[in-house]
Every structure is written in C-alpha cells, then in structure tokens.
Ligand binder design. Structure first.
Ligand code: PHE
Length: 352
C-alpha cells in the first residue's frame, strides 16, 4: 500500500468511527481542512519539477476524491441512522387501547327537573320558560308585593342595570313572575279585542315553570343561585282541594313512596290567600318521621288574578313554588347543596 492509499484508508476508518455528525466534521478537518493532511500534501507539490508535479498532483487529487467519497458515505449513513432513531422514538403502537371519550350525563338537578316535567305533563301541565333578569313589576308588584311591602326583605337579591331608579331590574328571586307572564300570554290568546278583565271562555291555565332563581344567601342549604319550579292552575273551579291532590300525587310519585305524608302548614305569601308551606314526611328510610319543607303554595290572590288580566269573580286557582335542589338532595341523600354547584366530577359521575 503506498503512502496515499494509507492516508485514504486511515481517513475512511476515522470517518466510520465518527458516531455523530460533529465527530465526523472534526475528522474531515483533519484530512481536508486548511491544515489537514491532504492540504499539506498539496503544498508539498510546490517543491517538485513540472513533470513530477503533474503526476503527483493527479495522485493526490485521486486520493482526495476517495476521501471525499468516504466522507459522503459516512454523512449519509449517519443521517440514515438519525432518521431511524427518530422514527423508532416516535413510533405509534396502533395496537394500544385508544383514549376513551368519557361518557357524559345529566346533572342531578337536571335529572330532577326532567322528572318533575314528566310527572306534571301526565297531569296536563305545560312547561314554560322565562327570563332570569326580571323587572320589579313581574318579580314583586304584580304579585301583590308593592315597593314598601315587608315581604320584599326576605327576597334580597342582585340588582342589575335597566328599569328605573325606583324599580331597577333584578335577578328574579323566585319563579312566581312566570305566573303573570304565562297567564298574560294565555289570556291574550283567547280574549280577542276585549278590554278590561277577561271573563272567558278560555281553556284552563295549567303550567309549571322551572328555572334558576337568585337570592343573597349562602350556606350548606342555601346558594345564591338555586332552582325553583313554579306551578299554576287557573280555572273556574280550582280549589285548595285540587292543590292538595295534585301535590300529594306528585310527591308520592316523585319519591316512589305511596305512604309519604304531606302537611299543609298555614303560612303567608302576598300573592296567595290562604297560603301554606308544604312539608313532607317519609315513613321509611333514614329521614323517616322528620317533617321536611319542600314548597310554598296557596290559592292565587284576587289581585294577582287581576294582574293576569282575568276577572277574579270568575277565575280562581292555586299556585305553588318548590325547590328542585331540595328535592334532589332528599331523593339521593345529599347533605350539602354546594356539591351541586362545585362541578366536582367525583360527585357528579355518581348520578350517571
Ligand atoms: N314564590 C314563593 C317563594 O319563593 C313560593 C310560592 C310560590 C308560594 C307560589 C306560593 C305560591 O318563597
């Protein structure tokens, strides 16, 4: 092996020993760089005569080309290796189980609202929906609760922009404004051009209105936002007896408990007369024997009937307002209302 072949051989070996592109560049510099072996050899040509220079020059060039070829081979090999490693690192194992899409479900209070709607619709009740930002008129005044009425103080709420200075708009404190809103629409549909209080004829008003309500209140059993479901039945012959029948039937079906006992405890609401708080008592289970308040109710006050556009000499009926959050707590044995609104999946997923 002559001297040039040896250089080529050594260079090829060093290139193959280079394990990274940086190592390879260093090895390249040792042979092809400014002070590399090959450059030195080229410089040596200067001392030769023209004939020798020509043949020696050709030999050196050949050796240089061989070194460059070895360098390119190794560059390519390193690039292939890197690609291979990268592909291996990023490889997808298509046989692994896929990421599951969690199964969603309804919120426990939504389950209760659906259940309430289903049960009342079997008794011929419509379902109505209304605004959560209310006017002072619908939330209070139309419900026989004028501005200076002491009952307003139990309904401390959040006032919002809109309305007038004396009567600003507010977040509704109960679903009772829906009694007026729904009845007014109903009456409009049947009264034609008649002005004054409507005397009929018209189909009965039978409606429930579930939704969110707001009060300044917050502890384990009160939340500033909570749910209510209003009920209203207006006709020519709808008595307190009907209220008792309808609500008892609803509660027994809702809790799937035929021996559930109800108590109508005299109370006061400006918009009903007489008024009653409705308590229930389970005969079995952990709550057996306890009286639990679930709704306010009563015969709709004549002033309220008037604000519906109806003649109170002809139309009568009852209303109730219950707390679906409370019903949900009782049905599932939940003891802290706030759990419903924390959004903790460990709690919520128990209802799927
Ligand atoms: N709106 C009353 C409340 O929130 C409940 C109620 C509704 C009472 C309908 C009587 C009739 O306390």
């Amino acid at each position: 092996m002559n001297e040039l072949d040896e250089v080529v051989h050594k260079a090829s070996v060093e290139f193959v020993q280079a394990l990274t592109p940086a190592d390879l560049e260093n090895a390249k510099a040792r042979y092809l760089g400014k002070s590399g072996v090959m450059t030195d050899l080229m410089r040596g040509l200067a001392a030769l005569g023209p004939e020798d220079k020509k043949s020696r020059g050709a030999q050196i060039n050949k050796a240089k080309q061989a070194i460059e070829a070895a360098l390119n081979d190794r560059r390519q090999a390193l690039a292939d290796l890197e690609l291979q490693t990268q592909l291996q690192a990023e490889a997808l194992d298509v046989t692994l189980p896929g990421r599951q899409r969690g199964v969603g479900g309804l919120h426990p209070v939504s389950l209760t609202l659906e259940r309430i709607e289903a049960l009342f619709s079997t008794m011929g009740f419509d379902v109505a929906d209304g605004p959560e930002i209310e006017t002072d008129w619908f939330n209070f005044t139309a419900l026989n609760t004028p501005a200076d009425h002491p009952a307003r103080s139990m309904h401390d709420t959040f006032y919002v922009e809109g309305g007038s200075a004396e009567a600003p708009n507010l977040l509704r404190t109960h679903t009772s404004p829906m009694q007026i809103r729904h009845a007014v629409q109903h009456v409009k549909r049947y009264c034609g051009d008649e002005s004054g209080l409507f005397k009929g004829p018209m189909p009965e008003i039978r409606v429930i209105a579930p939704g969110r309500t707001y009060r300044v209140d917050s502890d384990a059993t009160h939340s500033p936002m909570f749910h209510q479901c209003e009920g209203l039945w207006i006709g020519q012959d709808v008595s307190f007896k009907d209220l008792k029948y309808v609500f008892t039937d609803f509660c027994r079906t809702f809790f799937e408990s035929d021996d559930l006992v109800l108590r109508f405890r005299p109370s006061f609401f400006p918009f009903t007369e007489p008024s009653a708080e409705i308590d229930i008592q389970f005969q079995q289970g952990p709550l057996a024997g306890k009286w639990l308040e679930v709704a306010g109710s009563g015969q709709v006050h004549p002033n309220v009937i008037r604000n519906m556009g109806l003649d109170p000499e002809i139309f009568v009926g009852f209303a109730f307002g219950m707390g679906p959050d409370r019903l949900t707590m009782l049905r599932y044995g939940v003891n802290d209302l706030r759990l419903f609104f924390d959004g903790d999946l460990r709690f919520l997923s128990q209802f799927q």
